[in-house]
Design a protein around this ligand. Structure first.
Ligand SMILES: [Mg+2]
Length: 291
């Protein structure tokens, strides 16, 4: 559907049509960084039209390790100003936070679900974990990497550990990504943290993975992106992400849905666009078959 036709469709949209979309039996979940946006950058608007097409057949969701403030920064245009808000779920912190779609454009997003990591682990375990991370940050900082601020960020249901700090500029990030490519240091520290957790008997309860390009995500075991599936047990769920391989933060949800043939791996915005079109074509053909 062309943009012009879509505008016409929108202006003719009545409550009944909106409800039809909101009640769709399918939902397509997207990772954010590296899938809908270049890492830590704004949404790539070339995806807007394909997403509009997709929402004719399915709801959509953003499931990311980032918290709501980053989703707001990077996806602000989409989650506030486009009609996608009527069928878009926002699932920050791996879906341990859940903001359902809005009913009208002026509304604010309301938190429907939130999980608490400190409560789930208990204060002793949480403290031991934090001490391990602080210790490893000191070791990591001895390498020649940029150091800014906000190295360890508590997000309620997960911890994000970023050795260069979340305040890093894109230049800092680029430098670190190059450094990490050459020295594979994040993987080295990932294994170190896992060993430390194991030595204290905490590896069963706590999972540590690589997060995005510059950080680590640490959360209670099972609170990876598959957590988001708990909100959609009555739906057919699809997933698109870029970190679906070993140690990537999309791996668990990718694997969980791949047996159903509903997982897709992207490596660029152009590839994401192709995948959205493929999924839309699947729903279209199903609708045609069912008359
Ligand atoms: Mg990603």
């Amino acid at each position: 559907m062309s943009y012009g036709r879509r505008i016409a469709w929108l202006s003719s949209t009545n409550q009944k049509e909106k409800r039809r979309i909101i009640k769709s039996k399918n939902i397509v979940l997207f990772d954010m960084d590296g899938t809908l946006t270049p890492p830590r950058m704004e949404f790539d608007r070339t995806l807007l039209e394909p997403l509009r097409e997709l929402t004719q057949y399915a709801q959509i969701g953003i499931v990311t390790g980032s918290d709501f403030d980053y989703v707001n920064q990077q996806m602000g245009y989409v989650i506030k100003h486009s009609e996608l808000v009527y069928c878009m779920h926002i699932l920050p912190c791996n879906g341990t936070k859940w903001y359902p779609p809005l009913y009208s454009l002026g509304d604010s997003h309301c938190l429907k679900h939130e999980a608490d990591m400190r409560l789930a682990l208990g204060s002793d375990t949480y403290r031991k974990l934090m001490l391990i991370l602080l210790e490893q940050q000191l070791h990591f900082a001895e390498n020649n990497i940029p150091l800014t601020g906000q190295f360890i960020q508590y997000r309620g249901s997960m911890i994000n550990w970023c050795p260069i700090g979340r305040s890093a500029t894109s230049e800092d990030r680029k430098r670190f990504v190059q450094h990490d490519k050459e020295k594979n240091q994040r993987l080295h520290y990932l294994n170190k943290v896992r060993r430390r957790l194991s030595l204290q008997g905490l590896d069963k309860y706590i999972t540590c993975t690589l997060g995005g390009d510059t950080s680590f995500d640490i959360y209670p075991t099972g609170w990876d992106k598959t957590y988001a599936l708990r909100h959609f047990e009555d739906k057919g769920v699809w997933f698109v992400g870029d970190r679906c391989d070993k140690d990537g933060n999309d791996k668990q949800i990718y694997d969980a849905l791949s047996t159903l043939g509903r997982s897709y791996k992207t490596d660029s915005i152009a590839k994401t666009k192709e995948i959205i079109e493929t999924i839309t074509a699947h729903f279209q053909s199903k609708e045609n078959t069912n008359g």
